[in-house]
Design a protein around this ligand. Structure first.
Ligand SMILES: [Zn+2]
Length: 369
């Protein structure tokens, strides 16, 4: 794969490409940036460029044996380590298994590349093992450490690496990738991308039909009280699922590796997890409300301009038209105001039960005819 295919990361691409072209490749890099913006893809592309047999004009060919094996993750000189499911950290054994390769000649290609994914989860013993090699780097070896939390990488390790920054992707890039790489329906991909905050991983969450349906059911439930209650229950289910998912994620992501914890450390660890869950949960509530707001925004657009090409939720155009006919302009505006108020409320308090009930009671319903 050539560097051209890495989208919206011009700084990272320029840094890596010119290092190869000028023959000034560092021994270790720290790829810093949010998840879902192409950090790992860039690491693979970099490994290809370092090993390609017909490297030309700053790009690998993508077709030679080395390029193909690297793309398939089967090249003996390119290895990736990441936290194991069981321990949630990168263990000392993982680092110990990797290091002997660093001191050998490349087995097949020109340069060994070791990618350390989620490098912030190197425990201090693993990091110290790695540090010795980073201090006296063996020839033809490049380490690529990848992280979204550079502040949690051991400073002595981070200071041995050249930082490479990754930014968020543009909205239309996210939409394109969701559609072309993940088979998300084009229209849905466009809405998901609006809410993805430049991260493919977040875009995928919003492309998830189940989540989207739970939110749109609010809109569709406004005709009757019993439907409103049903919508509320469905929403509660979705929120509970998300909370459970975040609790699980916090338990796996936020860990102190292998050492005996004092009770003070345990409390600190619990606090970290709790704040991670609260922060992400709030973000999720905010996103759900944002999604609902896009539906009312579209209704407003239809009412005011009738311009179908301006609406975000194109796959819902049929029902949006129905609502646009049934709701008065003040009712649409009023509903948008209600959603915005509830969004502010949710960003201050996590008591979302109340907030969503309030939302469902306050939204104005369409009047037929
Ligand atoms: Zn090649």
């Amino acid at each position: 794969m050539s560097f051209h295919k890495i989208l919206d990361q011009p700084t990272a691409v320029r840094t890596l490409q010119s290092a190869i072209v000028k023959g000034r490749v560092a021994h270790a890099y720290l790829f810093v940036g949010p998840s879902g913006v192409g950090r790992k893809l860039t690491a693979t592309t970099f490994a290809e460029a370092l090993n390609c047999r017909t490297f030309r004009d700053g790009n690998s060919c993508g077709t030679c044996a080395d390029c193909r094996l690297i793309a398939e993750g089967k090249h003996p000189d390119v290895q990736t380590i990441m936290p194991t499911k069981r321990s949630s950290t990168i263990t000392v054994e993982q680092v110990e298994n990797l290091l002997p390769f660093a001191y050998m000649k490349p087995l097949k290609g020109k340069c060994k590349v070791f990618v350390i994914s989620e490098a912030d989860r190197l425990g201090s013993s693993s990091a110290n093992k790695l540090l010795k090699t980073l201090e006296e780097p063996p020839p033809s070896t490049v380490f690529v450490l990848v992280t979204e939390r550079p502040e949690s990488v051991l400073p002595t390790v981070a200071s041995r690496c050249q930082p490479v920054k990754f930014g968020r992707l543009r909205t239309d890039t996210v939409a394109d990738i969701l559609a072309s790489e993940f088979g998300v329906d084009r229209e849905r991909a466009a809405v998901a991308a609006e809410l993805a905050d430049g991260q493919i991983t977040r875009g995928l969450l919003f492309a998830d039909t189940k989540r989207f349906e739970a939110v749109t059911c609010i809109l569709e439930s406004l005709g009757s009280v019993s439907a409103r209650i049903q919508a509320y229950e469905r929403l509660q289910e979705l929120l509970a699922e998300e909370r459970a998912r975040l609790e699980d994620e916090a338990e796996h992501k936020i860990v102190v590796p292998g050492e005996v914890l004092t009770s003070g450390m345990k409390t600190a660890l619990e606090d970290l997890r709790k704040s991670f869950i609260d922060r992400n949960y709030r973000e999720f509530l905010n996103d759900c409300l944002g999604l609902l707001l896009t539906l009312y925004r579209d209704i407003l657009v239809l009412k005011e301009t009738n311009a179908e090409e301006l609406i975000l939720n194109r796959d819902k155009v049929g029902s949006l038209r129905t609502y646009a006919r049934a709701l008065s302009l003040p009712a649409v505006r009023e509903n948008m105001k209600v959603i915005e108020e509830i969004t502010v409320y949710c960003s201050h308090y996590v008591g979302e039960d109340r907030a969503f009930l309030d939302l469902l009671l306050r939204l104005r319903e369409p009047v037929e005819g």
